[in-house]
Design a protein. Structure first.
Length: 218
């Protein structure tokens, strides 16, 4: 059990981090949050949105789930958690960007190629959830084939980001905000092994290094 270890870490957080950000936390508590970005990423413990974007509390509205998946808009669906985050972020927080961030060595994408026991009902939710990533597997297989397994997995992870961007477009709140020019959606891919980020260029239909973006300086 990790309780003691976490209690010790929390004490360190209060002593070191909280004192540095005390004013910011107080402002956020009184004024409320107004994040500009909805960041959808994997629950993977190695992908930490605030760390890899070097952002602070209040900057990102984050939805993390297994495989950074976005179920398509479907009235009456039982699967509402990610959809609620999207609708809240766009309709109430008025975020300016939605970023779907996939990553290398994603266990969810790897699991698409592993046999699952149809009689095993103990992980039924996981099996059903991963159905939302099946299109990515088919796209990667069609492009890369099965021979080079690493290449196939890296392609699946990237196709998975592109598929979720498409699903985002099925949400009426997203469609409205896009038409009004108030929202941008982006696909990112994070390399766990190097810390590098790529973004999806929909015109060239490929991922490019985020480092190549021209950054305006004041
Ligand atoms: Zn993952």
């Amino acid at each position: 059990m990790q309780l003691e270890k976490l209690a010790k870490s929390h004490k360190e957080f209060k002593e070191k981090y909280l004192s540095e950000y005390a004013t910011r936390f107080q402002e956020l508590a009184v004024k409320g949050q107004s994040p500009k970005v909805l960041f959808i990423s994997c629950s993977d413990s190695r992908v930490i949105p605030n760390l890899i974007t070097h952002t602070n509390p209040g900057d990102l509205f984050i939805d993390r789930n297994v495989g950074n998946l976005v179920p398509p808009f479907q009235p009456g669906s039982e699967c509402t958690a990610v959809s609620a985050s999207i609708e809240y972020a766009v309709a109430h927080l008025h975020v300016e960007d939605i970023i779907v961030c996939g990553h290398s060595f994603c266990g969810a994408c790897k699991a698409l190629y592993e046999e699952s026991d149809p009689n095993d009902t103990k992980t039924e939710h996981l099996t059903r959830w991963l159905e939302y990533a099946k299109e990515s597997k088919l796209s990667a297989l069609a492009m890369v084939g099965r021979e080079d397994k690493d290449a196939l997995l890296r392609a699946t992870e990237r196709f998975n980001v592109i598929a979720q961007l498409k699903n985002l477009l099925s949400y009426p709140v997203v469609q409205d905000a896009l038409e009004e020019g108030k929202l941008f959606i982006q696909g990112w891919y994070y390399h766990i092994e190097s810390g590098d980020l790529e973004y999806f260029d929909p015109i060239e239909h490929r991922f490019k290094a985020l480092d190549e973006i021209d950054i305006k300086t004041d």
